[in-house]
Design a protein around this ligand. Structure first.
Ligand code: CA
Ligand code: CA
Length: 324
């Protein structure tokens, strides 16, 4: 699937990347594709840890915490583990809006990651990927953005599909981590929308932000990223103000302009080799210590030992990181 992230993060990140909204597939235009739990190779590849937060997705990462993106803003006071993810009934949890000294959430400084605490307890939650070897791993992507939109043609040849508006359906797809992009908003996992990619090759589109990206680490699917953005925008011309620009999932950007009316356009030559657009997800591993300082509440016995250690002056108690 190719989905893309659209716009909110665009200004924060760089000229060439726009925040993202939905999972778009390379192989099919069917809007019902992969809207139910994955089976076979991708069974339990992270879909079961997803839930809805307003119009977007989040991922359960600890008994009382879920993680999502910052850039679309707060989305109400509940988080729902929908039956489509769990296989059971919808379970709605109440967010602790007084958490973190009344802020209601924790932002991981220098990133687009945001953590919320619920008042109840999740029955399950995702393990975090804490290694540094994401590149080359197969990734499972989850998002709630729009399906394929109109064909993008260059000289009559199909190069991909425009984004469409989110339709409220969650979808999962797959890709391969192609690298790490160091951005002003922290490390991002990148993956290109390949014409000959993974079995369920997909990218992000408008509305996919916040969804979890999982990698298969030795047989265990772990949360490695949170959907952030996609390459864009694109245009068939570099004329400013004619309204012809669009966001898209492209397995070949060749022959199109990339950029924006505000910051200018760059023409991408149409070469024999495909030049696909990429998706970007906030990297979990480089923020794992900060995340766990928030979500890892000491067991009572451990807490007692910590207090004892403090009394003895042997160690310092770990503090929750404050958002910038
Ligand atoms: Ca790919
Ligand atoms: Ca234009």
């Amino acid at each position: 699937m190719r989905s893309r992230l659209t716009g909110v993060a665009f200004a924060l990140l760089c000229l060439s990347i726009t925040p993202c909204h939905a999972v778009v597939f390379e192989a099919t235009a069917d809007p019902n594709h992969n809207t139910t739990a994955p089976t076979g190779t991708f069974a339990n590849s992270g879909w079961q840890y997803e839930g809805t937060y307003g119009a977007y997705l989040g991922t359960m990462i600890a008994p009382q915490y879920f993680i999502t993106a910052q850039h679309f803003g707060t989305q109400g006071t509940t988080f729902t583990q929908n039956g489509i993810f769990s296989g059971g009934a919808d379970l709605t949890y109440n967010i602790d809006t007084a958490a973190n000294g009344g802020t209601g959430y924790w932002d991981i400084a220098g990133t687009d990651l945001r953590i919320f605490k619920i008042q109840e307890t999740f029955a399950t939650y995702a393990p975090l990927y804490t290694g540094s070897s994401e590149t080359g791993l197969t990734m499972a992507i989850n998002g709630r953005g729009g399906p394929r939109g109109a064909d993008v043609l260059v000289g009559g040849i199909l190069h991909g599909w425009q984004d469409s508006n989110p339709d409220g359906f969650a979808r999962w797809g797959t890709n391969t981590v192609s690298g790490i992009y160091s951005s002003a908003i922290g490390d991002l996992l990148t993956a290109s929308f390949s014409a000959s990619g993974t079995a369920e090759e997909a990218t992000l589109s408008n509305g996919d932000s916040g969804g979890g990206v999982f990698v298969n680490d030795g047989g265990i699917w772990k949360l490695a990223g949170v959907n952030y953005s996609i390459d864009g925008m694109f245009d068939t011309n570099n004329i400013v103000g004619d309204g012809s620009d669009f966001n898209a999932a492209l397995f070949d950007r060749g022959g199109l302009y990339q950029g924006s009316d505000s910051f200018g356009w760059t023409f991408i030559p149409d070469l024999p080799l495909d030049n696909p657009s990429s998706m970007y997800a906030s990297r979990i591993s480089t923020s794992a210590a900060s995340i766990m300082s928030i979500t890892m509440v000491p067991e009572p016995q451990s807490a007692a030992l910590i207090m004892l250690a403090l009394a003895l002056g042997l160690m310092q108690r770990r503090r929750v990181t404050q958002p910038v």
